[in-house]
Design a protein around this ligand. Structure first.
Ligand code: UDP
Length: 356
């Protein structure tokens, strides 16, 4: 019997590890211990309900307005004794959160091998996204197994000198999750609408204000479109969005949506505008034209294929790019993904097969 410690911390990594946990449950002679750090308490509770998951351990590490230092310190203090008590045969972490890094480091200190899901993503800019680019590079250093979503990610790791036989290209588990959760449901929002998500730490302040100004201008220029923004719980993000956009009749500021509902909003929208990582991938799976409001992205596959536009955070550039998509039908049609850029929905199966 092998004991596998699976560490989750935020909504996106619960979503992306859900297919792996499900696959491990179907595997003989495996005992899973699901530890949730609770880095974003508000969002994760809903997601557990949606995915029918119940962590074995919940560290509830979230404290209001905690700094990255405090978060890292609290994580290391909590994880050390837990890992010493559990002595797993393997730890699985996902992505680039501070919890994933703390999980990898604590496991490494305890001489426990680490498998990294969604390995090899790189923006090649340590400030964007911050601190995620640094987190994922450090996790790569600590990991024994690197499960990459795409060839680009595999090549990033090879270029950094990681051994070929430690890298397994599996596709991204988000495709598995979308396939399992997304239903053909219609929602009752009047069409057509643009769906927006914004939350990046490095956008708080001027960049987020510029993005909101662009959305305001789009609402004036294109009164036929509604703009729907499920707001991330981060108080600073909410405050900026509210102060620039509240009261605009065309713009709906709503609470975060449960995952199946969010996928239904995504499936029925006209264009997606986001600074999120996961939403960039989901937009491709659900064949939606995508505008990435960031300076850099580690998900270049969609940009290179022409299905997404990377437009930065300047108001004029954002307005120009969205206007073009909304007025040029040919351009719009070219942005509907015609291939599986991020995986075939069997990533979890490939990960578990590689491990056992
Ligand atoms: N999401 C959700 N409800 C919402 C907004 C987003 O369930 O109201 C999901 C979305 O489908 C995606 C994930 O949350 O899978 C993305 O999370 P976030 O943008 O917080 O993080 P990132 O992917 O940038 O790490």
């Amino acid at each position: 019997m092998k004991k596998i410690l699976v560490i989750t911390s935020t909504r996106p990594d619960v979503i992306k590890l859900f297919p792996v946990i499900r696959q491990l449950r179907r595997t003989k002679d495996v005992k899973i211990v699901h530890l949730h750090t609770g880095q974003h308490a508000e969002l994760a509770d809903d997601i557990f309900q949606d995915l029918d998951l119940k962590p074995d351990i919940d560290l509830q590490i979230m404290q209001p307005e905690q700094t990255l230092n405090q978060l890292m310190t609290n994580l290391m203090e909590a994880l050390g004794p837990k890992i010493a008590e559990l002595i797993p045969d393997l730890t699985i972490v996902q992505g680039d959160t501070t919890s994933a890094l703390a999980g990898a480091l604590s496991s490494f200190y305890a001489a426990i091998p680490v498998a990294h899901v969604e390995a090899g993503l790189r923006s090649h800019d340590m400030q964007n996204p911050f601190p995620e680019e640094a987190n994922r590079k450090m996790i790569s250093t600590l990991a024994t197994w690197h499960f990459t979503p795409t060839l680009l990610a595999t090549n990033n790791l090879l270029a950094e000198g990681y051994a070929k036989n430690t890298i397994v290209q599996t596709g991204n588990t988000i495709v598995d999750a979308v396939q399992a959760i997304s239903k053909d449901t219609k929602n009752d929002i009047p069409l057509p609408y643009l769906l927006i998500t914004l939350h990046r730490r490095e956008h708080i302040g001027a960049p987020l204000e510029q993005i909101c100004e662009a959305l305001k201008q789009i609402s004036e220029k294109f009164p036929a479109y509604r703009i729907i923004i499920p707001m991330h719980p981060n108080p600073q993000v909410r405050q900026t969005i509210r102060s620039s956009l509240a009261g605009n009749k065309q713009i709906q500021l709503i609470e975060p949506l449960q995952y199946p509902e969010f996928l239904s909003y995504l499936k029925n929208c006209h264009v997606v505008i986001t600074d999120s990582g996961g939403v960039q991938e989901e937009a491709m799976v659900l064949q939606k034209p995508l505008v990435v409001v960031r300076k850099t992205t580690e998900r270049m596959e969609a940009i290179e294929a022409g299905y997404a536009k990377l437009v930065g955070v300047e108001t004029d550039a954002i307005v120009k790019a969205i206007s073009q998509i909304l007025t040029d039908e040919k351009q719009y049609d070219l942005m509907i993904a015609q291939e599986d850029l991020y995986g075939d929905g069997k990533a979890a199966e490939k990960i578990v097969n590689a491990l056992f």
